[in-house]
Design a protein around this ligand. Structure first.
Ligand code: GTP
Length: 246
């Protein structure tokens, strides 16, 4: 049976948004136009019947590894980064609710006055009810990135794919901004990403996807409609799987 155009290919997805995409053209913080546009795109995916889990980074506010590089204790820096993801998660919750979408923020660290704690079975129940589950505070552990959190949560809730939102159209042979000859890969294997050191996600995140057979698609979140196409089409951005012939 061929798939009708525009029909979602997945029942449940885990969307990874970097904190930077929330700042729009700015240099830090949350830009209202940027977050509302993203929320509208997520809302379109939800309305198509796809269950959406989401992990948001914190690079628009603070990033543990950068603070550590400037001399701060790494664990303290990562704790600050985790709290910053909670800030972003609440902003995304608000933006999605303005789109009429039901959401739950679930945090890996306890901030119960502000949001629920992440409990896997509850997260799955929320997803089944069509609520967007916004996973905050990464994995709750220092030294782990929010990319790894996205892979981990995807495995835990049984997502069909991890969608990694970036600012470029997928994975390229070299930096497309600096090199006009850079070629976009339509498909890669997890091992190609690891051995060629293609900076798709950190190695822990890739290995988690590889070992649990969860496909990963990298797409340009700044391209209008790309998020929906990543759910309905198979030629948006770059797909990473374990099968060399996929
Ligand atoms: P169902 O059991 O499927 O009905 O889910 P539910 O989330 O609607 O039920 P619940 O009664 O647990 O939650 C009602 C509201 O309270 C929701 O908006 C939750 O996000 C919120 N809530 C639940 N637990 C916590 C918590 O620990 N802290 C905070 N701040 N809010 C919570």
């Amino acid at each position: 049976m061929t798939q009708a155009q525009g029909t979602p290919r997945f029942q449940r997805i885990m969307l990874k948004l970097s904190g930077e995409v929330l700042m729009g053209e700015g240099e830090s913080g949350i830009n209202a136009i940027a977050i509302n546009r993203l929320a509208a795109e997520v809302a379109e995916v939800v309305r198509s019947g796809v269950q959406v889990g989401m992990v948001i980074g914190a690079g628009n506010i603070c990033r543990g590894s950068w603070l550590a590089a400037s001399g701060m204790d790494r664990v303290t820096a990562d704790h600050m980064g985790m709290l910053a993801t909670v800030v972003n998660a609440l902003a995304m919750q608000d933006a999605l609710e303005h789109q009429g979408i039901y959401t739950r923020v679930m945090s890996a660290i306890q901030v119960n006055e502000i949001c629920e704690s992440y409990i896997r079975r509850r997260a799955i129940r929320h997803l089944e009810k069509g609520r967007v589950v916004i996973c905050a505070a990464g994995t709750g552990n220092p030294f782990f990135t929010t990319d790894s959190a996205a892979s981990l949560r995807a495995i835990e809730v049984g997502a069909d794919i991890v969608l990694k939102a970036t600012k470029v159209d997928g994975v390229y042979s070299s930096d497309p901004v600096r090199n006009a000859d850079a070629v976009r890969y339509t498909h890669l294997t997890y091992d190609e990403v690891l051995t060629r050191k293609l900076e798709v996600m950190d190695a822990t995140a890739i290995v988690l996807c590889r070992d649990h057979g969860i496909p990963l698609r990298i797409f340009n979140v700044n391209k209008p409609g790309a998020m929906m196409r990543a759910v309905t089409e198979d030629d948006e951005g770059t797909l990473v799987t374990g099968d060399a012939t996929a």
